[in-house]
Every structure is written in structure tokens, then in C-alpha cells.
Design a protein around this ligand. Sequence first.
Ligand code: SF4
Length: 454
Amino acid sequence: MPARDACGVVGISLQGKGAAPYLFRGLRALQHRGQESAGIATTSHGALHQRRGMGLVHEIFGQELLDSLRGTTGIGHVRYPTTGSTDIENAQPIVFKMRDGDAALACNGDLVNFERLRRHLQGQGVELLGNADTETMAQAIALEYSHQRDLEGAIRRACMELVAFRDPLGIRPMVFGTVEGGVAVASESVALELMGGKSVRDVLPGEVLVLEKGQLARTSTIPNNGDRAHCMFEWVYFSRPDSMLEGRPIYDVRHRIGVRLAKESPAASDLVVPVPDSARPQALGFAEGSGIPYAEALIKNRFVERTFILPDQKRRELEVRVKLHPVPGLLKGKRIVLLDDSIVRGTTLREIVQMVRTAGATKIDVRIGCPPIRAPCYFGVDMKERRELVAYERSEEQVAEIIGADSVHYLSMEGLVESIGMRSEELCLGCLTGKYPVEVPQERHRFQKSLKEF
Ligand code: SF4
């Protein structure tokens, strides 16, 4: 931590009651996936209503605004920007013109062929207002539809429908479920539960779901030869621990990671301390696996959430001190195993290690519940530059020196894959291996067998 995910999405189709209050609750459950902006679009009697704003979901949507979002079908989005600048033009859902009317689109993830598609659209005379890839995708859909006469009926129906689709390799998550009086989709199962419903299943990679009049009207799947590449980082960090992904509870995976780390990289210590909140299950697993007592020795101030307003390094460092504070006396004279879910840039962890040392710890062994992140992500996660990554071309010893710890050990690749409980071929491990599940600019493709191992 802390890397930021691209976004969270939610969509709902109900019968006889308004969608907006449900979307609001679903978005609040997904707030951890993006805090820059949020938006809701609903449809009633062929008209589209859309409201977007900068900030947190509850700050944007008061009762009056929710009441103005009429209709039984709608979508919602929370955004952390990975492509496109920070302004309202790039907030989602994006509303765009189709041949027979308006449509709204919300997307979780990045378009890897964004630049090429953008140039193609501009070459066709399409005007792009913002610079985010979702607008590019929306315009590409509109252009495609305008060329295909047989889709006319579908466009007309789109006024009443919600179409949900998951990327063909299932890199980003999406679940389908039921709510009272309807059906819904969301980036995480917890959003369905907080809408008063429950998750039924994961949307399949490449699956298209059409939700209509409170029912799942039909499904189809983009042809794919069975390849999957679920983002390992959803289990490691992004998803809430109370969510389920591909049938695996996130909490259980994180707990197994901790138990495994205790076996792989033991440490002679007095206390296991998590970096809150995300590393708690891993730290509990480590404590169980090692028999070393667990203590919540770092307390998080829950009311400091708006990290996006602190963009530069110096401010981020200051922010850690506002966000976390050690329990007086608990760390004094103790050897500490400090558990974190992952290290991306290392800035936050360096501050935390220093804080633990200042509080009197005599030894700090850092254990990380993920292998070293050494390559960028092209699929919606804010890890773009190799040189920003603390593990890039650095050993565990060098990283320990940079963050000021006595030792640093990462979870092994086998440990990660076995803790998730899937085959490595079914996971995206691109930022760990530098081999990606789809072709990305100037990078290796994991199916390019001739390339030597990373
Ligand atoms: S490159 Fe890493 S963060 Fe990006 S989708 Fe793959 S596993 Fe997830």
C-alpha cells in the first residue's frame, strides 16, 4: 500500500422503485476504490439523468440530488484517476450520444490501446471533451453502433436497459446479484450486500449481461479460449476484506498469506503489528502461524480520507503522521514484526517504520504479504513508472535500508498463488513478473513464449 485502484462500478435494474438510493449505498461501499469523484446516471421514460461531482459519495449526493435522479435503472461510479486528469469532465458515468438517443457508461479499468483508439476516433471527426479513456471507449461504442444497422433495435432498447460487461480476461472484478425487487452488478460483492441484496456469482470474463425491468434478461459471452487473468492485487490490497472474489473470501486469502509468511520468513520478535487497516488479516495470520502475540499498536485516524488532495511527496509524508499514531508504551523496548500488504513506492512504509522506531521499538522486521512489485500496471492501477517502484532493481536488503527496517522479506510467488488458491496461469501477475496477459506498449506478453524469464 498505498497504490490506488482505478475505480468501482455499480449498476441496478429494479421494478417499481427508484434506483438512485440503492446506487448511493452501493457506491459508499466501494468508496475505498476511488475518492476523487463519483457519479450516478439513471434512466426513466427514455430520458437520462446524470449527476457527478468531485469528492466523496456522501459529500456529493444529498437527498435532493438523489430525488432528482429518477428511474428504476441506473449505474454509478467512484473514480481514482489513472488515465486522464483530475477534473469533472473525466468523472463518470460519461453520457454520450448514440444514434437513437443518449447512453451512459461507467468503467473500472484502463484501456491499454487508449492512445491508438483516441487517434482513430479523432481521425473520424469525433470530438473528445475530456482526456479519460472511458470517454474514448464510449465514443468508440457510439461510432461502432452508428456503422451497424442491425444494432438499431438494441440502441433503442438501451433506453430501458442496463448492459454490464466484464473484460475478456476478467482482470478487473465484477459480481452479479439480486436485490429486493431487482438485480444488480458491482465491482465487489460487499456493494450488493450494502444495497440490501446478495451476490449470486461472479460475472464471467468476457460476459455481457443485460438487466431489464428488474430481471437478468439475457447473457452472452465474447469468444475467448478460456484464458483468464484475475488481478492478484484485488486479493492482496484493493478489495474490501468482507468481499468475495471468484468464490474466494478476500479475508481468508489475506489470513492465509500471513500464516504462509510466518512459515517462509520467521522473525525473532515480541509483537506482530499490522499497518492498519489493510494488513490486519495478514498480521493475524502471521501471529497465528508464529505464535507471537498480536497488537494493534498503530491507530488510524478514520477521518483523514482525502489522500488525493495531497499529491506531492512531502505532503504525502506529512499525511502519514496525521493518519497514524502509535499507542503509547506498547512498542517501547520491543522487537516488532511489522506487517504490510504490499510495498509500491515505499514512502508511506518508511514513515511508519520511523514512527515505530521513535516509539521505542528496538528491532523492526518488515514482512510483506505480496512479492516485490517491480513493473508497471497497465490495467487500471496507479503504478505507471518502474523507477517509482522501490523494489525495482533492488534486493530485500536494499529496500530494508531505504525504509529504515532491520529486515524486509516478501511473500514468495508460490506463497501468493497458493494463498489465492488459483493456478498462476489464471492470474494477472504482470506487475510482479513484467509479463502481461495482453499486449501492452513496449512490454512482454506472457504468451510470447520465446522471451526469457523476467
Ligand atoms: S499488473 Fe498487477 S495491479 Fe495491474 S492488473 Fe496485473 S496484477 Fe493487477
